[in-house]
Design a protein around this ligand. Structure first.
Ligand code: ARG
Length: 474
């Protein structure tokens, strides 16, 4: 029941002409055409554009704006474009301007005049908004599953290292020894928040602007609920001016992507330090390290270095979008075309970094347990435990703290560690010291003792590993 007049052609009949209306008398300057075009990057939206258009065409038939036969022809034409694209047979050039025009133009080539009805009741503004939301929703799911893989790799490694001790640092100074598993699980927790954060943001990504038109809605009796449901959106924009120009969801995503990169870059930095001669805590396996072109002895931690470096790109994209949106008047402005490269590059970067870091953690890290054991035994990171020891024997903590300060100072002057002091020497500092002090300051005991909730005590860490495993259904 095609009761409404067909839409006037929005594409010229000749492929040689520019794609917009006949009011223009001369062609676009070729440099301006290239400048204006987005096809070289928004081709990444092609499949989402096709899916969105198929839903739109079905809605047009459902509401009687076009006939079911017309909707079928459009649907098949769009499907043909999808297949051609997948086989590399559809490669639109700059003359198409953008992916939306490219598809529409090709559709008309394929199915004739019926193709000209597709753009009824919508605009490229709500169309592009639909496409990037479909794109982002899809990639958020992919990134969330990569985060799960990343968490699995961390937990599996942690499981093997509950009993491995590593110096814990504050101010990058040795502070207190911790279980290596505890250290790794700190990153599991960050990833868990990243996973949830993306899920929450997705609620606002997955909202349909389709049918909002250029900025003000449409006179056609469209059914926005119908397309929203077909496309899997969970909600609809309620205001057309807002919906066609909102990019909050993209900024939120870039914020979440930036935090993922912050987290990956922190571990990256640690791995880079740990792999240095100076730390020597980890050796990189050959499958995840690279060599130098001139220094034959070198083995470089390129993966974590690249992750650390690439984080800057994502933060930059977040900044770009914030600045792009600031002060932008309602509604659509061409500035918004600049959202895409920032978004696409961030998606590609975050995915690549998660994948590379997951492989690095699965097979690239060879922790030097001997070196770690020596490291935790050769410093004063058990000094707090001496103070705690006295405090447990009723010496007020601040007094105990001051006494241990003197003990450490004396040891430093004599080139000794705490464990090297004889019982007599201990007792000169305080009569409450007895033979059990040696046990109390042994690194393993120091770690085991910190059994408070969320602490590094082995019991706590074992529980944390088990909880993480059950969370991931491992
Ligand atoms: N390529 C454009 C973009 O990415 C599509 C929307 C164009 N809309 C317009 N009114 N010129 O934003």
């Amino acid at each position: 029941m095609a009761s409404h007049p067909s839409s006037s052609p929005s594409l010229s009949d000749s492929p040689d002409q520019q794609p917009w209306s006949q009011r223009f008398e001369s062609a676009l300057h070729p440099v301006i055409a290239t400048f204006n075009a987005s096809i070289h990057f928004d081709i990444a939206l092609l499949e989402y554009d096709l899916t969105g258009s198929q839903a739109h065409a079905q809605m047009l038939a459902h509401t009687g704006i076009i006939s079911p036969a017309e909707a079928d022809a459009i649907d098949q034409g769009l499907e043909q474009i999808r297949q051609d694209y997948r086989q590399g047979l559809f490669q639109p050039g700059v003359d198409a301007e953008d992916v939306h025009f490219a598809v529409e133009h090709r559709l008309i080539e394929l199915i004739g005049d019926t193709g000209k009805k597709l753009h009824t009741g919508r605009s490229r503004n709500d169309q592009v908004g639909t496409d990037i939301r479909l794109y982002l929703h899809d990639h958020i799911q992919q990134i969330r599953s990569l985060i799960r893989g990343w968490q699995r790799a961390l937990v599996n490694l942690a499981q093997d290292h509950v009993q491995t001790l590593i110096p814990g640092y504050t101010h990058l100074q040795r502070a207190q020894p911790v279980s290596l598993a505890h250290h790794l699980l700190a990153y599991f927790e960050m990833a868990e928040r990243d996973w949830h954060r993306l899920g929450e943001i997705d609620q606002r990504v997955n909202v349909s602007p389709l049918g909002l038109g250029a900025l003000a809605g449409t006179p056609f009796p469209i059914d926005r609920h119908y397309t929203a449901e077909k496309l899997g959106f969970v909600d609809l924009y309620r205001n057309s001016l807002d919906g066609v120009s909102d990019r909050d969801f993209a900024i939120e995503f870039l914020c979440a992507a930036s935090l993922i990169m912050v987290h990956l870059s922190r571990l990256s930095e640690e791995i880079i330090l740990w792999a240095s001669e100076e730390f020597g805590f980890v050796k990189l396996n050959d499958s995840c390290a690279t060599g130098s072109s001139i220094m034959p002895q070198k083995k470089n931690p390129d993966v974590p270095e690249l992750v650390r470096g690439k984080s800057g790109r994502v933060f930059g994209h977040l900044q770009s979008l914030l600045v792009m949106m600031k002060g932008l008047p309602l509604a659509y402005n061409k500035d918004l075309q600049e959202d895409k490269e920032a978004l696409f590059d961030s998606v590609v970067t975050v995915k690549a970094c998660l994948e590379a870091m997951t492989i690095l953690v699965i097979e690239g890290l060879n922790f030097q347990t001997g070196r770690l054991q020596t490291a935790v035994g050769e410093d004063f990171s058990n000094a707090t435990d001496v103070a705690d020891y006295l405090a447990a024997k009723e010496v007020p903590f601040r007094e105990a703290y001051n006494i241990v300060g003197i003990v450490v100072k004396t040891c430093l002057a004599q080139g000794k560690l705490l464990k090297d002091l004889s019982l007599e020497e201990w007792q000169q500092f305080h009569p409450q010291f007895s033979g059990d002090i040696y046990d109390a300051i042994a690194p393993r005991q120091v770690v085991a003792a910190r059994n408070s909730l969320g602490g590094t005590g082995f019991e706590q860490v074992q529980k944390a590993v088990a909880q993480a495993q059950s969370q991931l259904n491992l």
